[in-house]
Design a protein around this ligand. Structure first.
Ligand code: FAD
Length: 285
């Protein structure tokens, strides 16, 4: 059967085309994931709907309600954005850590989130930043917090007829303290064996907000609110940081893959949560 390739030039047209036959259609943005799974015959859509000719879907802007990232923003554009680098430096870092420069110049942020590959970098960082996605159909739009977006391996809360039209990040704290640490176990361009994102706020040396997300350790990026709460209202002394790192190491059921065994990942969580918390406490990023 032949594969139809459609290139709508407006979002409205893309939504209409997708809505006509969502189960036999596949969206394609940068194509870095879709082309591979097509080549391996893991999917067999009748129609590919390209988003790449739709203008305005790659904008990055800061407004009173936070950062608005277009789904077609390339990971290179997110990493290089002066707005992102100034207000959300660890998001720039997480984007810059993806693959290599050829991938970052082709891969989009929306595609990265929609693909929901567990071994990814931006999802953990965006989860720690309390980000959400706007998902639209031809009839309606809804906002999905990232905490409810990733459901399992390559599975998200997106319906078959929905397109991510925006990624929203709440306004940055006045003095951003955030870090993203990517641990690669095989090569410098590899996907993460583990990624740890931390975001914190301090007043008079006391932690007033703490969010830690661990990516690539299990099916979906994970935060552990009951462990994060240990840091609230406290100065982040070394002993408390050790306790939080231990809580994350014990609290996440890690997986085995070619990048590391479940046991090894657990050890790496302990090490990297500790390092990330010391970075945000000491203001190194
Ligand atoms: C060699 C290599 C190395 C990589 N290394 C890393 C790494 O280190 N870290 C990392 O995080 N990632 C890594 N990746 C993954 C890469 O970041 C993703 O493949 C990429 O971001 C997907 O974006 P895309 O625009 O190419 O998506 P596409 O391949 O076009 O689409 C991916 C999926 O998203 C869907 N989709 C795309 N846009 C939308 C939208 N707006 N709304 C709804 N659904 C949509 C598509 O239908 C498809 O299911 C690597 C990939 C490769 C090939």
């Amino acid at each position: 059967m032949s594969l139809h390739f459609l290139q709508p030039e407006t979002l409205a047209d893309a939504l209409t085309l997708l809505g006509r036959d969502p189960d036999s259609s596949k969206l394609i943005a940068g194509g870095t994931a879709v082309v591979l799974i097509l080549q391996h015959k893991l999917i067999a859509p009748e129609t590919l709907i390209s988003l790449s000719r739709i203008p305005g879907l790659n904008t990055i802007r800061l407004a009173d309600d936070g950062l608005h990232l277009g789904p077609l923003a390339l990971l290179h554009e997110v990493a290089a954005s002066a707005l992102v680098r100034e207000h959300y430096p660890a998001l720039a870092c997480a984007s810059e850590e993806v693959g290599n420069v050829r991938i970052r110049n082709q891969a989009t942020l929306g595609g990265n989130l929609a693909e929901a590959d567990y071994a990814s970098d931006p999802p953990a960082m965006l989860l720690a930043l309390n980000a959400s996605v706007v998902a639209a159909t031809a009839e309606r739009a809804r906002t999905i917090p990232l905490s409810e977006f990733f459901l399992g391996f390559y599975t998200t809360a997106l319906e078959a007829d929905e397109i991510i039209t925006e990624v929203l990040v709440p306004p940055p704290p006045p003095r951003p303290r955030m870090a993203y640490l990517k641990y690669k176990s095989r090569s410098s361009e590899d996907r993460p064996c583990l990624g740890v994102a931390a975001v914190a706020n301090f007043a008079d040396g006391v932690c007033t907000d703490l969010r830690v997300a661990v990516g690539a350790a299990c099916e979906t990026p994970r935060r552990l609110p009951e462990i994060e709460a240990l840091g609230m209202g406290q100065p982040l002394a070394d002993e408390l940081i050790d306790e939080i790192a231990e809580g994350y190491a014990r609290g996440i059921e890690t997986l085995d893959d070619l990048r590391g065994s479940a046991w090894y990942r657990t050890q790496m969580i302990r090490v990297h949560v500790r390092r990330a918390l010391k970075e945000v406490r000491d203001g190194r990023r």
